[in-house]
Design a binder for this molecule. Structure first.
Ligand code: ATP
Length: 924
């Protein structure tokens, strides 16, 4: 008996269509052609008998509002709702809710906050909606953000600002709402609070009520375990978010959304204090997450390989290819937006990379990365599973097969990760490993995997676009399925019977087709006039519908089969729905631990991305120390070195705070400088050098290895930059104005643990003002009692020619070496860029040589050289320019004697003839 293979159809409902040919002239025997599934009517209906039973609400209900607040199945994960408040002259509080993680994060109140703090927060959080009370005006911030986004990157999406009444931010509103939260029922919350060390022993062991607390006390205790209630502004913000979520739920058009959307599984504090302060300007200018074009990209100088060398490159871009899971990439991006200032966290990440970089762990690393490539984020999978159950059976039949396939792959591949973690040598020091092993064990991965594998026929499910249950699970279901599969042969026989009743003079193809919703039908091809080639031998044939090629009829045989077998497909689906529903519920018992396991895979994936990048880009482990120091040997710029054929590594030494040199001895290279001031011609590599130092510090603190032969680094709390970028060009204000804003922010934020990067400050105004300001700022930074680490580059040679900036041990001068061969005829060959950092200042201005290289007339260049050196010496340029050539001197002397002779003429003596004779004498 030919078995009926159910093919995927657009609506996933297989029509069964055995076909036989009617008799042609000459009484040919009915064709023995195999049954075909051709001519599937486009209006194939959907199955719903069982689904309607369990679907109390329309399954396609969606909340459609604007981009930021809509909650659909597709973008549900994207929502990040932040609330920000500022009180009492600068206490900033912030909370945010991530729909993807189903978590609310609360910031510790930041007492010295300002709009820049808020900007940094928004940058980190990347919210879709921001709630603020009327007293906080974010409109300028978002305007700026939109501008930046337009011009530079899509990394920072604009957000919707929702100004809410002040009472929504009150502490009392927040407290009552927090206490009413139902998060204590979740496994994770109980464990976090009551048995932090015991890991995942089981929820029943740690119920607060069992420990003798009243419900209210239990909840307060519970909330306080994850939230520091001593942060009133932040707590107020949490209240505003809870009010917002409540309003959203109440406004949902269908109760379907309730409980599914905006659930809060956990509360967690996050603190800017643990995070390095780094603002958008710095992210942009160091090309960390977005691209930057060098101002000279269209005018390449020597050593520049291609104009597009920097375009489109970003540090994050270099690393992200090594993260394979969605949660890993999200975690990696978060790591890049939040470099840490916590030594333990940083060292732990370095330890992880160190362990997995060991040659004897290569096999384990390989096993883990291979496994990670198959792992999906279980958060949306679980949301779909939960929704499928709570929204009724129509959803269940529509359980995307990816739900089961993802679960199955997750279970089995995370077992591989678990095994690899056990095999890794030297990993006992890694707390992430211990945590992962604990969570994987609790998640009962093998059991969950087996449950899914035993029940769900993944291949067939994918083919049919619905969940198909395997043979052997339910005897009755198997029997019905056998009957369904046998339909194929039955229908062929019926088709042959019908064909035998068709007059021999006609040659008609007869098909009998089963549609799950429309039952059994005889399908007859259409003739050239659009009518059926045959319409039945008697009145019994009833035309049901016509498609493009065929007409469909019911006769007594079809009606009889409808009666006996018409529901067969529906019954199969209904049975399968029940089994799958039961399976979904059993899997959901492990929901929290499975989600934890999925998150842990993200953590592991992001750290393995750092590990693989470390080997690919030849990075080394920095030595993180308590001292306030940056000591780099053979440092490289991780992006720039990819764009040049041979990159020249350089050393750096900077010491901040009290450890920097304070005595007034004359400058010496042995002292500990807090400031490095670089000079040198264009293209000599100053900007690359200063950015390289900042990037090494940054990379170390996100937990990555660094591009250097060795690096000894103390923790830096802020990287503050004044660097010209494309972004500044796009701003409404002038470059100088922007420079001033950047530098004033640096000066306001700076601490002795900060790293300040200043690239050519003061270029946008007149020279003397620029020099004055630059000197004033550098001097201010040098004179701080406990100075920050500063690297600055300048073209203002006057600073040194005129001793505007007093030399002192804290200040080291440096330049990027260039080789000059003046004896060479061709001016282009006179200068070679070596890119070596050398102590001391550049003793010559090569600006004019650069001008010559770029095609400026040699006479102009030589004149410019003369004037530049006069100017650098502070001489009177006007007087110097008045010096005349010998020819000019001769002419001048002649004119002089002529004028004197004229003045000596005595016009009172003699008549006109006498005067005429005197004149003629003068001009002879
Ligand atoms: N260490 C290095 N090794 C190799 N090439 C380098 C190095 N540093 C810089 N370069 C090359 O020199 C080019 C110019 O560098 P950079 O922009 O830092 O110069 P600059 O002195 O800051 O110039 P400007 O004063 O015009 O801004 C870079 O684009 C790069 O191609």
């Amino acid at each position: 008996m030919p078995s009926l293979k159910r093919k995927r159809t657009p609506a996933s409902r297989p029509p069964i269509t055995p076909r036989t040919s009617g008799r042609r002239l000459g009484h040919r025997a009915p064709s023995s052609q195999a049954p075909s599934t051709s001519s599937v009517p486009p209006q194939t209906p959907t199955i719903s008998s069982a689904s309607q039973l369990r679907t109390p609400y329309p399954t396609d209900t969606r909340i459609e509002t604007d981009r930021s607040v809509r909650a659909t199945d597709d973008d549900f994960d994207d929502h990040v709702i932040a609330a920000i408040d500022m009180k009492d002259h600068g206490t900033v509080g912030c909370s945010y809710y991530s729909a993807e993680e189903e978590k609310m994060y609360l910031l510790g109140d930041s007492r010295s906050g300002d709009m820049e703090t808020i900007d940094a927060l928004l940058l980190q959080i990347k919210p879709t909606v921001v709630l603020t009370p009327p007293r906080v005006d974010l409109s300028s911030q978002s305007q700026d953000q939109n501008l930046a986004q337009e011009d530079v990157s899509s990394a920072y999406l604009p957000y919707q600002i929702d100004i809410r009444p002040t009472p929504e931010f009150s502490y009392s509103n927040a407290e009552s709402k927090l206490l009413a939260l139902q998060i204590s029922s979740t496994h994770e919350q109980r464990i976090r609070f009551f048995v932090p060390q015991n890991g995942l022993a089981g929820p029943e062991e740690v119920d607060p009520e069992e420990m003798g607390f009243t419900l209210q006390e239990g909840r307060l205790l519970h909330i306080s375990s994850s939230v520091d209630m001593e942060n009133p502004v932040t707590i107020g913000c949490a209240g505003a978010i809870l009010t917002y979520l409540q309003r959203r739920r109440a406004g949902a058009p269908s109760p379907l959304e309730e409980g599914n959307e905006y659930r809060i599984r956990a509360l967690q504090m996050f603190n800017l204090r643990d995070t390095m302060w780094i603002n958008r300007n710095t992210f942009t200018s160091l090309q960390i997450i977005q691209s930057e074009s060098h101002p000279n990209m269209f005018n390449q100088g020597p050593g520049k390989k291609s104009a597009s060398g920097k375009e489109g490159l970003s540090v994050y871009g270099l690393f992200q290819h090594f993260a394979y899971t969605p949660q890993g990439r999200a975690r990696l991006k978060q790591t890049f937006s939040r470099p840490s200032v916590d030594l333990d966290t940083i060292r732990e990440r370095h330890d992880f990379i160190g362990v997995f970089s060991r040659p004897d762990n290569l096999a384990a690393l390989d096993k883990m990365t291979k496994a990670l490539k198959h792992i999906k984020n279980l958060r949306p999978v679980m949301v779909n599973l939960r929704k499928g159950i709570s929204t009724g059976s129509a959803k269940i039949t529509g359980f995307k097969t990816t739900v089961w396939a993802s679960l199955l792959a997750f279970a089995f591949y995370s077992i591989d990760i678990n095994d690899a973690l056990r095999e890794v040598s030297g990993a006992h020091i890694l707390t992430l490993r211990s945590k992962a092993l604990r969570v994987f064990e609790a998640a009962q991965l093998y059991r969950v995997g087996r449950m899914v594998q035993e029940i769900v026929d993944i291949d067939n499910s994918e083919e049919q676009g619905r969940t198909v249950v395997k043979q052997g699970i339910d005897r009755e279901l198997d029997k019905i399925k056998d009957r369904y599969d046998g339909l194929n042969s039955l229908l062929r026989h019926v088709a042959l019977d019908i064909a035998a009743t068709i007059p021999a003079t006609l040659d008609v193809d007869v098909n009998v087709i089963y549609f799950p919703q429309l039952g059994f039908n005889v399908a007859i091809p259409l003739n050239d006039h659009g009518g059926a080639e045959y319409t039945g031998s008697d009145d019994d044939w009833e035309l049901m519908f016509i498609t493009e090629n065929r007409a469909y009829f019911k006769d007594f045989r079809m009606r009889e089969m409808d009666e006996k077998l018409g529901d067969i497909y529906g019954i199969i689906c209904e049975k399968e729905i029940e089994i799958v529903y039961d399976l979904a519920q059993r899997v959901l018992r492990y929901e929290n631990v499975l989600v934890d396991a999925s998150d842990i895979c993200g953590d592991i994936d992001s750290l393995l991305a750092l590990t693989q990048a470390a080997s690919f880009y030849k990075l080394t482990r920095p030595r993180m120390v308590e001292q306030n120091v940056i000591r780099i040997k053979g440092g490289r710029h991780i992006l720039q070195e990819l764009t040049v054929s041979s990159y020249v590594p350089n050393d750096t030494l900077l010491v901040g705070g009290d450890e920097s040199e304070t005595n007034d001895a004359s400058s010496s290279t042995d002292s500990n400088p807090s400031m490095l001031l670089l000079t040198g011609p264009n293209y000599s590599g100053k900007s690359v050098y200063i950015k390289q130092v900042a990037l090494i510090v940054y990379l170390a603190q996100i937990g990555s290895f660094v591009p250097a032969d060795s690096a000894e680094l103390g923790v830096t709390d802020k990287i503050l930059t004044k660097i010209n970028t494309q972004e500044s060009v796009s701003k409404i204000q002038s470059t100088f104005m922007n420079d001033l804003q950047q530098i004033s922010l640096c000066l306001k934020q700076v601490t002795n643990r900060s790293l300040v990067i200043i690239d050519e400050f003061g270029k946008g105004t007149n020279e003397s003002d620029g020099i004055g300001l630059a000197c004033g700022i550098l001097d201010y930074l040098l004179c701080l009692e406990s100075p920050a680490k500063v690297i600055a580059a300048t073209h203002f040679h006057e600073i040194f020619e005129n001793n505007f900036l007093a030399l002192r041990p804290r200040l080291h001068l440096g330049h990027m070496e260039v080789q000059v061969r003046e004896e060479t005829q061709e001016v282009e060959d006179q200068i070679t860029y070596l890119y070596n950092f050398r102590p001391g200042r550049s003793n010559k201005s090569f600006g004019t040589i650069c001008a010559a290289i770029n095609g400026i007339d040699p006479a102009i260049v030589s004149r410019a050289n003369e004037i530049a050196s006069l100017s650098a010496r502070g001489e009177n340029i006007v007087a110097a320019c008045a010096v005349l050539s010998s020819e000019e001197m001769q002419d001048l002397e002649e004119a002089n004697s002529l004028a004197r002779g004229f003045l000596e003429i005595d016009f009172s003596q003699g008549g006109p003839d006498h005067v005429k004779a005197v004149f003629e004498g003068l001009f002879e």
